[in-house]
Design a protein around this ligand. Structure first.
Ligand code: IMP
Ligand code: MG
Length: 177
């Protein structure tokens, strides 16, 4: 079955590039004189991590992890587990967790705790999109490119059933209501 069509573009390629440059400048400023370990959450953050990394002026290392989310036995959402762990240790490092979107906050909170327990010197969050209107658990979002409305979006890494990740823009997916 094919995916629903795009309803409208929320952020164009140019707007995203421009905003990533601004956020990269903030990150470079914050970590001036230090090395930064970028940790991407597969697969959604890949496009954002790459674009951000190109704009950073501090030395960066890159690693990835993958997670899977599921509901618990009572059907409540928010359970997260690591499906692919980091390749290298993060002991003593300054870590920037790079996310496609922070929505309910469950994923980011879990990962923050997981990474902090690995002896990092610091752990901060940088997200392309932030939908604070749907937050269930509080997480400190240190850097974000865009706040978005309560609509399902795709593109620039974000998917609908694995499709649309390769769009250069961020778009609202068409829904019936
Ligand atoms: P959270 O744990 O609810 O914050 O969920 C974050 C994850 O849900 C993201 O990493 C995405 O994979 C997925 N997600 C949340 N909202 C959207 C959306 O609008 N489009 C595509 N994926 C989304
Ligand atoms: Mg997804």
């Amino acid at each position: 079955m094919s995916a629903p069509p795009i309803e409208r573009i929320l952020f164009s390629e140019q707007e995203i590039e421009q905003r990533i440059r601004e956020v990269a400048a903030e990150v470079s400023q914050r970590y001036q004189g230090r090395e930064l370990k970028l940790i991407g959450v597969l697969k959604g953050s890949v496009f954002f991590l790459t674009a951000l990394a190109h704009e950073l002026t501090v030395p960066v290392k890159i690693d990835f992890l993958a997670i899977s989310s599921f509901a618990n036995q009572q059907g409540a959402p928010g359970m997260v587990r690591i499906a692919k762990d980091l390749d290298e240790s993060i002991g003593g490092e300054d870590v920037l967790l790079v996310e496609d979107i922070v929505d309910t906050g469950f994923t980011s909170r879990y990962l923050l705790q997981h990474l902090a327990a690995r002896g990092a010197n610091s752990v901060a969050i940088c997200t392309l999109l932030d939908r604070t209107s749907r937050r269930i658990v509080q997480v400190p979002v240190d850097f974000r490119c865009f706040e978005i409305p309560d609509r399902f979006v795709v593109g620039f890494g974000l998917d609908y059933k694995q499709l649309y990740r390769n769009l250069r823009c961020v778009a609202v997916l068409w829904t019936k209501d």
